[in-house]
Design a protein around this ligand. Structure first.
Ligand SMILES: Cc1cc2nc3c(=O)[nH]c(=O)nc-3n(C[C@H](O)[C@H](O)[C@H](O)COP(=O)(O)OP(=O)(O)OC[C@H]3O[C@@H](n4cnc5c(N)ncnc54)[C@H](O)[C@@H]3O)c2cc1C
Length: 399
């Protein structure tokens, strides 16, 4: 294949498709030749995204359900949280994929290729291609069949290698199994969701349930852990079954959909770019290390990329001050959990007890003011968190 592109989007999951949708919605990109490569057809409902935001963004038309009130439960503290000015929103994977695929299907400048990417092509290969590709461009991909394709920029969300297990970093995992259940009689209140319910066994580490009702008879119930090791398969299923029976007191239901996932919660410093390869999504370090949430940061990053492209600015955009600050706070929490200085359910209970829900949500999004940060930090024990913070700050200089 000798054709070269302006942009290659390698991996069309959340990050790749968010970038594509932003490009497809902006006339600036009509003249750009864009190739999308994914190994998958993206036609399965393989995940459900939840996130909070104040204003509508480009995926508002496919928001499946939203809530303005969230429950927080723990053995230390429980409350109903009014999260205004935020709304907690749910988007189903299948709706997201279909929406983006339908949008780009009618655009002649965007080409979809189902293929597996073997690796990204760097500077050395670039020299080799000079003989075969007269319109030399600075970045490329090699497909599994050996085909090399070049573009001005490659946006990759493919994690080619496992995240390096360096001893300087924490490597927690957010792992979970979810069942969407349908009950015979009305059991749920669809205007309120359970954000975190820590009243489950904490024997494996930080563990909670969440319940996202989309009608009086339908809800997604997920069993979630923030720990360094996965559990045996049957442990997740048993925990959900027990919770539905004993906590939600529901006996008569059918499971209409299942999902499971493992998200890295790590302080590993993911590079954001190398030459004209721009790493996005989890591969670009966009999963929040203290929560596993990635959808919102993916939206912010893809919006920033589109803005920079339109302004002709460099895409060598490093982390902002707010992101670096957030990285430090995440490291402190993971430090406390890793060394078991305080249990996660108690940490989250202290934070939600001492602060307005909207402040905590902005903190978790790296959008809070320094004043709010200090208030949130003062709600957890200084004797535990201050030494952890000092140790993590010394590590920062070494990164
Ligand atoms: C079940 C689940 C639920 C989640 N829920 C939430 C949530 O509620 N809120 C939130 O903020 N975050 C959530 N996350 C975390 C995060 O938002 C998602 O993992 C998100 O999909 C990450 O986006 P991504 O683009 O980095 O990766 P992906 O969406 O996984 O996209 C990567 C793409 O690359 C393709 N690919 C991989 N290897 C190759 C290859 N060699 N060649 C070609 N293509 C390849 C894959 O097919 C895939 O389409 C969830 C994750 C999971 C797994």
């Amino acid at each position: 294949m000798n054709k070269t592109y302006d942009y290659i989007v390698a991996g069309a999951g959340c990050a790749g498709m968010s970038l594509l949708m932003r490009m497809a919605s902006d006339p600036f990109f009509t003249s750009k030749q864009i190739l999308v490569v994914d190994a998958d057809d993206k036609n399965l409902n393989d995940r459900t995204w939840c996130f909070w935001e104040k204003d509508a963004d480009i995926f508002e038309p496919i928001v499946h359900h939203q809530w303005e009130e969230l429950d927080f439960f723990s053995n230390h503290f429980s409350q109903v949280m009014d999260i205004a000015p935020y709304q907690y929103k749910m988007i189903r994977g299948i709706d997201f994929y279909a929406y983006v695929k339908n949008t780009i299907a009618s655009l002649p400048n965007i080409e979809w290729k189902k293929a597996s990417v073997k690796r990204l092509l760097g500077a050395t290969e670039k020299q080799v291609s000079q003989t075969t590709s007269p319109n030399l461009t600075p970045a490329g991909i090699e497909l599994n069949d050996g085909t090399a394709i070049y573009a001005s920029y490659v946006f990759s969300s493919i994690l080619f290698d496992p995240i390096p297990a360096t001893s300087n970093d924490y490597h927690f995992l957010q792992h979970f199994t979810g069942w969407e259940i349908e009950t015979v009689s009305p059991c749920f209140n669809p205007v309120k969701a359970v954000f975190m319910d820590f009243r489950v066994s904490q024997e494996h580490g930080t563990t909670f349930m969440y319940v996202l009702p989309t009608s009086t008879t339908k809800a997604l119930v997920e069993y979630t852990l923030f720990t360094e090791r996965l559990l045996p398969e049957e442990a997740y299923e048993k925990a959900i079954r027990d919770y539905i029976g004993s906590e939600l007191k529901i006996q008569d239901y059918t499971i209409v959909h299942r999902e499971k996932g493992v998200i890295p919660m790590t302080t590993h410093n993911f590079p954001r770019y190398q030459d004209n390869h721009i790493y996005i999504g989890i591969a670009g370090g966009e999963a929040k290390a203290s929560s596993g949430y990635a959808f919102k940061s993916i939206q912010k990053r893809t919006a920033a990329i589109v803005k920079a492209l339109k302004q002709g600015k460099s895409l060598a955009i490093n982390k902002s001050f707010a992101e670096k600050k957030g990285h430090l706070y995440d490291a402190v929490l993971l430090h406390v959990l890793h060394y078991q200085k305080m249990a996660g359910d108690q940490v989250f209970a202290d934070i939600f007890k001492g602060n307005k829900a909207a402040d905590v949500l902005s903190f978790l999004d790296n959008e809070s003011s320094l004043f709010t940060d200090l208030k949130i930090m003062s709600s957890v024990p200084t004797r535990i968190f201050l030494p952890a913070a000092l140790q993590e700050m010394t590590k920062l200089g070494k990164h």
